[in-house]
Write a protein that binds this ligand. Sequence first.
Ligand code: BV8
Ligand code: ZN
Length: 251
Amino acid sequence: MPKRINLSPALEEKLLSAQKVVVLSGAGVSAESGISTFRDKDGLWEKFKPEDLATPSAFERNPQLVWEWYAYRRKKIQSVKPNPAHQAIAQMEKFFPEFLLVTQNIDNLHQKAGSKKLVELHGNINRNKCFACEKVISDTKVGSRAVPPLCSCGGYLRPDVVWFGELLHESALELAQRAALEAELFFSVGTSAIVYPAASLPFLAKEAGAFVVEINTEETEISPAVDELLLGKAEEILPGLVEFLKQNGKK
Ligand code: BV8
Ligand code: ZN
């Protein structure tokens, strides 16, 4: 039985009345599944700095190192499962006429948990694309044994993720921004809200009149601006929210 969580009357009212809801998720949602976050103490960046690996210039400087780091992360991700936070977010889709999950995560766990209405702001580690011709190639079709593997055009393959200093996919960002502007209820979950332009979405929603809720184990850059801060683990709080919706017959 999910843990009972204390919600303010304002949030309870919003949960029952909202038609348009957006959830922005970050690495904290996948922490419970065993995927280390970026900036927590044992975070991924602990060993490396973002500019060392997740940038085009790092790949140009040392394609093998960057490819191997992603191969290590891919292997790790293949062995983990979605956790109750991912499952709760997937269930939230059916309680609201208009729902969108905007994820910064590239680990595919939201899809594995059954989320359908989602946009991946930073790409997906299970897809590759060519560093030279940009052709997208799913990981399974990687033929050549070279490291990194080669595209048919001779260019190096790289993960189809957005690196620092790279623009986000225009359509994904536009979809996310439009949904944030129309949202009546906006959740920012498990993100340190440091990386832009993703971190601008809660502010966009707030300025457009949304009730903004942050779910995090600690305060972040956006905490002073949100309407409600639910301090705690996403994998405990989100199932509690879904339980509230079920108990109150929200369809
Ligand atoms: C861009 C894919 C145009 C790769 C990632 C100002 C304006 C605009 C841009 C910038 C700017 N200043 C700097 C920039 C550039 C940069 C940026 O934002 N840098 C930051 C570091 C300041 N942005 C970009 O480069 C973006 N592109 O803007 O293009 C441009 C071009 C050139 C120059 C300027 C502008 C591209 C950004 C995309 C980078 N790619 N990922 C990969 O994964 O390998 S970002 C990476 O960080 C991940 O996607 C990750 O999701 C994302 C954000 O991190 P979080 O998800 O928040 O994870 P983090 O560890 O930080 O936090 C976890 C949180 O969870 C913590 O708060 C913790 O307390 C909490 N938590 C932990 N456990 C739990 C929990 N919460 C709840 N429950 C738990 N159990
Ligand atoms: Zn190519």
